[in-house]
Design a protein around this ligand. Structure first.
Ligand code: DAT
Ligand code: MG
Length: 179
C-alpha cells in the first residue's frame, strides 16, 4: 500500500510551492516612491530599496532622472501657495532622484508607515526618515498618500508600458491561502 506523504497534501492544498494564483497578486495596489536628492547623495538608495524589497513589496517600474522644476511643481501641486513650496520644488529638482512604482495589496499605507513622519526629527526609529535623517525639508523619500494621488503621481512619471507586469518567484511564500 502506498503511504501518502504529508508533503503531497501540503502541495495539493497549495501550501508548498503550489502554482495557485493568490488574490493578492491580482488586486495589487500601486504607489509612487521617490528617493529624493538627499537620499541619492547620501548613498541611501540601496538601503531604502532593500527595506521595501525585504518587506515583500514588488518593484514594478524605476527611473533614475533629474526632475524638472515644472514636474516638481506638478507633483507637489497640492502644496502650491504654502511658504515652503518654492523651496520644496528647488530641492526636488536640484539633483537626480530615483522614481519607482511599488506594488502590493495595501502598499500605500505600508510604504507610508515605513517612511515615517514627514520630518526626520519627528519620525520614529525603525522608519526610513526616523533612522536616517533629522531634517525638516531633506526627508529622503516621497510616497503617495492615497489611491487617488498614487494614480495621478504615477501618470506624471511613467507611461503604462513602462510599468512591468510580472509575478515574483516567491509570491507563494509572501501570502498564505488564508490572507
Ligand atoms: P509627506 O512627504 O510626508 O507626504 P507632505 O505631503 O505634507 O509630506 O509635504 C510634502 C513635502 O513638503 C514634505 O516631504 C516635506 C515638505 N514640507 C511639508 N511641510 C513642510 C513645512 N512645514 N516646512 C518645510 N517643508 C515642509
Ligand atoms: Mg505628501
Amino acid at each position: 500500500m502506498r503511504v501518502r506523504a504529508p508533503f503531497c497534501d501540503a502541495l495539493k492544498n497549495g501550501n508548498i510551492g503550489a502554482r495557485y494564483e493568490h488574490p493578492h497578486t491580482r488586486m495589487a495596489e500601486s504607489t509612487l516612491i521617490i528617493i529624493k536628492p538627499d537620499g541619492i547623495h547620501r548613498h541611501l538608495a540601496g538601503e531604502i530599496i532593500g527595506r521595501l524589497e525585504k518587506k515583500g513589496l514588488k518593484l514594478a517600474a524605476a527611473k533614475f532622472m533629474q526632475v524638472s522644476e515644472e514636474l516638481a511643481r506638478q507633483l507637489y501641486a497640492v502644496h502650491q501657495g504654502k511658504p515652503f513650496f518654492e523651496g520644496l520644488v528647488k530641492y526636488l529638482s536640484s539633483a537626480p532622484v530615483l522614481v519607482m512604482v511599488w506594488e502590493a495589496e495595501g502598499v500605500i499605507d505600508m510604504a507610508r508607515k515605513m517612511m515615517g513622519a514627514t520630518f526626520g526629527y519627528d519620525a520614529e526609529p525603525g522608519t526610513i526618515r526616523g533612522d536616517f535623517g533629522c531634517s525638516k525639508g531633506y526627508n529622503l523619500i516621497h510616497g503617495s498618500d492615497s489611491p487617488e494621488s498614487a494614480e495621478q503621481e504615477i501618470k506624471l512619471f511613467f507611461r503604462p508600458d513602462e510599468i512591468i507586469d510580472y509575478r515574483l518567484a516567491d509570491a507563494d511564500w509572501l501570502y498564505g491561502k488564508n490572507d
